[in-house]
Ligand binder design. Structure first.
Ligand code: HEC
Length: 141
């Protein structure tokens, strides 16, 4: 930013006076400025078109939903152990079958499965979030 202001000043001064030495100095400074970051369209090139996903009803790029899932998952680790590998009596989530995890969350939510704390956690998330969390934990080997 500072450099850009400096260049703008230099160019303004050059347009007033325009001595050849000053213009040459401009060219050196301009050459030293890093190329602008590629446009978003360039960055997306090569990445397959991904289906948008919903967080609290809002459409988001899939990558945002992945980050969202990891953020929620981090809160589960407080009890379920680092990376979902339990260090104690609370069951591990890591490597567990995806469908089993989703069913467990739904059963906690409905109260079909008794729990001490899990119903309170389960009610806070959508079915899509169960799916995403279950997929994440199932993928940890
Ligand atoms: C405060 C501690 C705590 C937190 C936080 C927590 N859990 Fe649990 N979880 C438990 C306990 C304790 C059980 C055993 C059932 C019960 O008593 O509630 C359990 C059981 C489960 C089970 C059943 C596992 C099995 O093998 O049958 C699943 C699935 C589960 N939790 C998922 C999650 C997910 C996903 C999160 C994060 C959204 C989470 N838990 C956050 C304490 C916690």
């Amino acid at each position: 930013m500072k450099l850009n202001k400096y260049v703008t000043c230099l160019l303004a001064a050059a347009s007033l006076a325009a001595p050849a030495t000053l213009l040459a100095a401009d060219a050196t400074v301009v050459a030293a400025i890093p190329a602008p970051a590629p446009a978003v369209a360039d960055l997306k090139a090569g990445i397959p078109e991904e289906k948008p996903c919903l967080i609290a009803g809002w459409e988001n790029p899939r990558s945002v939903c992945v980050a969202h899932t990891k953020t929620i998952a981090a809160t589960c680790l407080i009890c379920h152990g680092p990376n979902g590998r339990s260090l104690g009596a609370i069951p591990s989530l890591a490597g567990q079958d995806k469908a089993y995890l989703v069913a467990a969350m739904k059963d906690f939510k409905s109260g079909k499965r008794e729990s001490t704390v899990m119903q309170k956690y389960a009610v806070g998330y959508s079915d899509q979030e169960y799916e995403d969390l279950a997929e994440l934990f199932a993928s940890i080997k």
